[in-house]
Design a protein around this ligand. Sequence first.
Ligand SMILES: *Cc1c(COP(=O)(O)O)cnc(C)c1O
Length: 389
Amino acid sequence: MSKPQTDAIRIRTTQTNEMEHSSPLYLTSSFCFDDAESMRAAFADETDDNIYSRFSNPNVQEFTDKICALEGAEAGYATASGMSAVFGSFMALLKKGDHLLSCNSIFGSTHTVITKYLPNYGIDTSYVLATATEAEWEAAVTPATKMIYLETPTNPGLDILDVEMIGRVAKKHNIILNVDNCFATPVNQRPIDFGADLVVHSATKWMDGQGRVLGGVVVGKKELIKNIYLFCRSTGPALSPFNAWLLSKSIETLDVRMERHASNALFIAEALENHTAIAKLRYPFLASHPQHAIAKKQMTNGGGIVCFELKGGLEAGKAFLNQLKMLSLTANLGDTRSIASHPASTTHAKLSESERLAVNITPGLIRISVGLEHRDDILADITQALAAI
Ligand SMILES: *Cc1c(COP(=O)(O)O)cnc(C)c1O
């Protein structure tokens, strides 16, 4: 059996008579049948034949199969964005009266879905701190708890949650463990190996890795994915074949890209850790990280995100962004181009000060998505901006 990294490169659509090496792009909304019987059989789910691209498409399947190989998952379904993967995984598996137990430090739109929309369907959520112990997770479980949801590393606080420990709690109470693995990517962390039942991704970030398209994917246990697939094929968040084709090619370089993102990030983190303008810096593979041991257990590298707290607080954060000459100011992360963001004045500005502090977002927090430019140039831009504030 070949290694996941090899499968991620070699899995492809069936070669056509043209003998193409790279997968063709199947820009088609529907697929034809030879006769009434084969069409009947496809609609009756007796065959896997493609029917309509809201249900399945060869490019989308190729991308999904690659992610399944990388995550060690039985099955998957790709979606138009990370949020539709997250939402689909909730709506297909939770019903009125069910309880969702989530880490409090989660992506902003996921928080909005959980607090603003799930209650409309009678689905209740309670939050647990990213740093909660096994006993605290255990204590938060209720008889109605159907799913545990978490992200690790968290955004933007970079807390590391112990997937194996939370997986034990989930298994003990027969709860679905759903992990957003966007920040680490499957070449760096495989939550299923540690007890996750489902893994969701925003493919928009490191998977595309070049800031071009939106996409999402959810992979995991076959029977759970079947329900998510049935929900999604009826409600319509299908991934475009064009985006799938781009994403699938990107997956072929994911492993080498992530290695460089992580080595650049470690270089930046080590160089800045004791900088005089910085009060505190976080990177999972620095010994100073509070959950360093957990990071070492479940991740193969520290990832591409570095966070630091400026001594000057909110105003220093804004000034830092204004002084940058090369790093991009943009809402994305996981791009070849390094990106700086200041959560307190942008993505998390709507939260109250205490809500921000509860998820480690201090006024002077800066998040760097470390790109693939030469590491000396990335560091030079950050240090000149730090010197100027
Ligand atoms: C961006 C992101 C999402 C949402 O993905 P989209 O592709 O933007 O819909 C979900 N989770 C995490 C951790 C993210 O960073």
